[in-house]
Design a protein around this ligand. Structure first.
Ligand SMILES: C[S@@+](CC[C@H](N)C(=O)[O-])C[C@H]1O[C@@H](n2cnc3c(N)ncnc32)[C@H](O)[C@@H]1O
Length: 506
């Protein structure tokens, strides 16, 4: 049915402009995806479809769950399924693969062999159903005649658990082979029953590991992904056809976080159409056949160039510019509600505009509509100061939360994180104790308790925390996103815990 646009409701779902604006900000903050006003009809269609998928009666109910802090994980998952585009196929952009093989893989393999350091590490970020990661695995096998002698890892990640399940299964339809020869398919795949399905041979799956990672969450809290943020850096990161759906700010943030994970001569590969995104984010790019490359050696951009706001995105409000509805004459931009302002402050925070976020949150904090709102602002202010590395201010504000409500677990969590960042490990542990006393099922509290105790070489306390954590995780479905984990799933954390437990001295 066609959508109707009126001043107060944008569509049949009868969502108001204010609601749609908050949904837009929420989606951008959580998933990076960009839905400016000219795409709101599209967005509404997706919301309606996700609502019926979730078995809910009304779009408004769905939106209410989405806007909760933290959002209902089931709702978020439905929506991300609805909004993400998983289009991909083997050897996509064949010119790129040719160039990559000749100018990156072959010299790299030769060099590592000469150095006697036969290991390589890659990341396919936004891998969808796995075609890109498997194309790379096959290519590596073509150039490495002694694969057992090599330690190779291709990390393949995506936001969408359903795509990842397909990738792990490794069974593909003819459409995935649209760019490959019959011979190529027969060499690396075997028939998998009817409907012309083909399954990748296990030899080529060995190096590939799939996991669910939201790139926005990774950019915000890389330390939660120790496999990615610590350990050896990546020789190449492929993030093709992903950032084109992101808002410019979220794309820039994601690019910066991935680039930091490159080895000194590593490269970050985007698709050719994403060239402008990288340039607007302040990076110098190299145009390659069918792709664009950002390297590690180039200097970090000190300041982002201002991204020109297109006419349709101009706003009347100076403080809410990044997420303002694009039609400047609308009432919303004249008198933003406190809720609207909080969403804006959160959106700014997620774009790392901490000072601006802080200014807005301070304003609301001074005239709060109640204690709950004041607490919410104090939490956001604390997070901003922490990110600005103004630890004393951050601590002062975190302590102020305990004065508003001394039973607010988030205050103790933030105090712990602040002390952890300041390397004050025993103090951080003390705050975690308080946190877990108030909220025994605060899963990341147990996990960090485990990590800190491990660093303090208190193996048995570390083990106790990690086992507690594992017990709580066992009660969750593997793809549940953890509170304060920003997209980290129960399954991800289980892997991390098992690894940490294995590394603990006995
Ligand atoms: C068009 S596919 C690209 C697949 C492959 N890289 C290629 O070029 O063929 C885009 C993928 O990005 C994923 N994606 C979108 N937003 C994401 C996010 N915030 N974090 C991680 N992956 C995301 C989608 O789920 C989808 O699988």
């Amino acid at each position: 049915m066609p959508c109707r646009t009126t001043d107060t409701s944008i569509n049949e779902a009868e969502l108001s402009v204010d609601e749609l604006f908050r949904v837009q900000c929420r989606i951008e903050t959580l998933l990076g995806l960009h839905f400016p006003r000219e795409r709101w009809q599209d967005l509404t269609r997706h919301l309606q479809s996700a609502t019926s998928d979730a078995g809910m009666e009304s779009c408004r109910e769905f939106v209410r769950e989405l806007l909760k802090a933290p959002p209902n994980p089931r709702i978020l998952q439905r929506l991300s399924r609805e909004l993400t585009i998983g289009e991909t196929y083997f050897k996509r952009d064949p010119q790129f693969w040719k160039h990559f093989s000749l100018h990156v893989l072959q010299p790299l393999i030769r060099q590592r062999r000469e150095q006697g350091k036969q290991s390589l590490r890659f990341w396919s970020a936004g891998c969808s159903s796995g075609e890109e990661a498997y194309t790379l695995a096959i290519l590596l096998h073509q150039h490495i005649p002694d694969p057992e002698a090599w330690e190779i890892r291709i990390e393949a990640t995506d936001l969408d658990g359903h795509f990842l399940n397909l990738a792990r299964e490794g069974v593909y339809r003819p459409w995935s082979f649209r760019q490959t020869s019959q011979q190529w398919k027969q060499n690396y795949f075997e028939p998998a029953g009817g409907h012309h399905l083909w399954k990748i041979k296990t030899t080529f799956t060995r190096w590939v590991r799939f996991s669910q990672i939201n790139l926005i969450t990774f950019a915000d809290t890389p330390y939660l992904y120790s496999n990615f943020s610590a350990g050896p850096a990546f020789d190449a990161i492929l993030c093709r056809n992903v950032l084109m759906y992101f808002s410019p700010q979220q794309a820039a943030k994601t690019l910066r976080s991935m680039r930091q994970r490159l080895s000194p001569r590593g490269i970050l590969v985007l698709s050719a159409v994403e060239s402008l995104i990288a340039q607007r984010s302040g990076f110098t790019t190299e145009n390659w056949p069918g792709s664009v490359v950002v390297r590690d050696q180039l200097p970090e951009p000190t300041e982002l160039p201002s991204i020109p706001i297109q006419a349709s995105e101009k706003t009347t409000s100076s403080i809410t510019k990044p997420c303002e509805p694009s039609v400047s004459t609308h009432k919303v931009s004249e008198a933003p509600s406190a809720l609207h302002q909080i969403e804006t402050a959160k959106a700014l925070y997620s774009r790392q505009s901490y000072q601006e976020s802080l200014d807005i949150a301070m304003n609301i904090y001074r005239n709060p509509s109640g204690l709950i709102q004041q607490t919410e602002c104090a939490i956001l202010i604390t997070r901003c100061y922490a990110n600005l590395k103004q630890w004393d201010e951050a601590e002062r504000w975190a302590r102020s939360i305990t004065r508003i409500n001394r039973l607010e677990p988030m205050a103790y969590w933030l105090l712990a994180i602040i002390d952890l960042d300041r390397e004050q490990l025993p103090e951080a542990l003390k705050w975690l104790d308080d946190l877990l006393y108030l909220q025994p099922d605060f899963i990341l509290g147990h996990y960090f308790g485990g990590l800190i105790n491990a660093r303090l070489q208190r193996s048995s306390a570390a083990r106790r925390h990690l086992r507690n954590c594992r017990n709580y995780l066992d009660q969750l479905s593997p793809d549940t996103q953890l509170p304060e984990g920003d997209g980290l799933t129960a399954d991800d954390l289980l892997h991390l815990i098992n690894q940490t437990l294995k590394d603990l001295p006995t």
